[in-house]
Design a protein around this ligand. Structure first.
Ligand SMILES: Cc1cc2nc3c(=O)[nH]c(=O)nc-3n(C[C@H](O)[C@H](O)[C@H](O)COP(=O)(O)OP(=O)(O)OC[C@H]3O[C@@H](n4cnc5c(N)ncnc54)[C@H](O)[C@@H]3O)c2cc1C
Length: 458
């Protein structure tokens, strides 16, 4: 890249940095520290105009583009091209009358909740509100309250997006519907979203928390969980977890350095009714502690207690048809308490169905509507040996669980994007073909080619 190439970027209000600049490393580094990003240039966008300028420049110079808000989804290294960092764009406007929020590109769910909950309105965020609202929603967004309300993307009314030709477009149900559909679960394939407007839910309190048993009781807890979940009403949103927590000071004392089996709970009905429904789980094994209580929705992070500080991690997932006794014993043979030195930090089996099975009012790219459960595995890559062990354990777990899988993943939690066949697992063949056709309309030169992307149709 030569100096004149960069002239057009001088209009940008935010920083425009090259690898030799002091602030470059901080600008490219996100929450997931596993990949080392080395784009040719990074733009710290301060608003829509900066993104339009950067995208026009990329179109003119045919430079590949990636976008990062928080780096929670950074599971591949960005080795060249232009990186647009949206983390300065955190504006959130809540309209309590229409019950909507208009959310800028870099806002985290925490920013949205801070603005909406005082009006008695909540969002369909996932297990950590430190995650970017737009990156999460573009991948469909599997929320804590998914069974009760569906996917985050089901609530989106409109997007403002800069397509790779540098054009700022508005899209909704009626305006450029293919573009709108591609942004419902199609991830960052067709443009850089500058803002989205989404419905909010009339909700400010839930019953939420975790029921913690020792890891040694995983079989009893998971067996009870598999029997219990098919009986539950949609308002009960739960997951089963195996947590092998390292003895690190940032992990709170009762949890630190121990192996846990846990059921997380989010219930949107009357608190007493929800507490009654939990009886079979509390009776399954000795409960070491139980945090399930009525809570403000602003405390939703207390349910999963996801890490808040950046770390090098590898995640992977698959969708399960159901949780049969064979699936339970296969899972425990792979990852249960009898397996010595098991390297995965967290394995989650999240209950799906109910509103997560309901079709969206518009066509979309989400392929998980037929899944009974969602299985996710996360390992921390603390050095090359740990990374190898995490890789081996993840591959072994997913292979063992393949007979119970729908064969699909989700773009948000798919993990490191492999070749085209691997990435295609996040969509149905029909959604994949639609994404490819839409990509050939809006990104024929395939400038948005890194991460969980598809190639334009030939
Ligand atoms: C601790 C933790 C908990 C999580 N919990 C859940 C969960 O419960 N449910 C769930 O569904 N997911 C969950 N996720 C996954 C998360 O939704 C994805 O990692 C998502 O991509 C994060 O978006 P981000 O913008 O924060 O990340 P980033 O790494 O900044 O972005 C990831 C990708 O999102 C796309 N993107 C981001 N911003 C834009 C934009 N403005 N325009 C176009 N594309 C954009 C790009 O493809 C980018 O590569 C979790 C992840 C972590 C680390």
């Amino acid at each position: 890249m030569t100096a004149p190439d960069l002239f057009a970027l001088s209009e940008i209000k935010g920083p425009v940095l090259r690898p030799t600049d002091d602030a470059y490393a901080a600008e490219v580094t996100g929450f997931n520290l596993a990949p080392r990003h080395t784009p040719d240039i990074v733009v710290g966008a301060t608003g829509t105009a900066d993104i339009v300028t950067a995208m026009r420049w990329a179109a003119a110079t045919r430079t590949p583009v990636t976008v990062q808000a928080t780096g929670h989804g950074a599971n591949f290294p960005i080795n060249d091209g232009l990186l647009i960092n949206t983390s300065r764009m955190t504006d959130v406007q809540v309209d309590p009358v229409t019950r909507t929020a208009t959310i800028a590109a870099g806002a985290k769910w925490r920013d949205v909740l801070n603005a909406s909950v005082p009006h008695g309105l909540a969002t369909l965020n996932g297990s950590s509100t430190d995650v970017g609202a737009i990156g999460y929603t573009l991948g469909g967004g599997l929320p804590v309250l998914g069974r009760a309300y569906g996917y985050a993307s089901d609530l989106v009314r409109s997007f403002q997006v800069v397509t790779p030709d540098g054009t700022l477009r508005y899209t909704d149900y009626d305006t450029e519907p293919d573009l709108f559909r591609a942004l419902h679960g199609g991830k960052g394939n067709v443009g850089v979203v500058t803002e989205m407007t989404t419905d909010l839910l009339p909700l400010s309190r839930i019953l939420g928390g975790g029921i913690y048993c020792t890891g040694a009781d995983a079989e009893a807890l998971l067996t009870a969980y598999a029997d219990w979940t098919p009986t539950l009403p949609p308002e009960m949103c739960t997951s089963f977890n195996l947590l092998r927590l390292p003895p690190l000071p940032e992990i709170p004392e009762p949890l630190r350095g121990r192996f846990w089996s846990r059921v997380t709970v989010a219930w949107t009905g009357a608190p007493a009714e929800g507490q009654n429904l939990l009886a079979p789980i509390r009776a399954a094994a000795p409960v070491v502690f139980d945090t399930v209580a009525d809570m403000s929705y602003t405390d939703v992070d207390q349910i999963y207690q996801d890490p808040q500080d950046p770390l090098p991690a590898r995640e992977s997932c698959t969708l399960l048809r159901d949780l049969t006794p064979e699936a339970v014993s296969t899972f425990l043979a792979e990852a249960g308490p009898a397996v010595p030195d098991y390297p995965l930090l967290l394995i989650e089996i999240r209950h799906m169905g109910a509103a997560l099975s309901r079709p969206c009012a518009t066509e979309d790219e989400i392929c998980a509507r037929d899944a009974g459960y969602f299985l996710e595995a996360v390992g921390v890559l603390a050095g090359p040996e740990a990374a190898e062990a995490v890789e081996r354990a993840t591959a072994s777990l997913l292979t063992a669980m393949a007979p119970y899988s729908t064969g699909h993943t989700m773009p948000n939690l798919h993990g490191s994007p492999g070749d085209a066949t691997d990435r295609a697992r996040a969509w149905t063949p029909e959604a994949y073909a639609h994404l490819q056709r839409t990509k050939s309309t809006y990104d024929p030169a395939n400038l948005l080619r890194y991460g969980h992307t598809v190639a334009p149709a030939a």
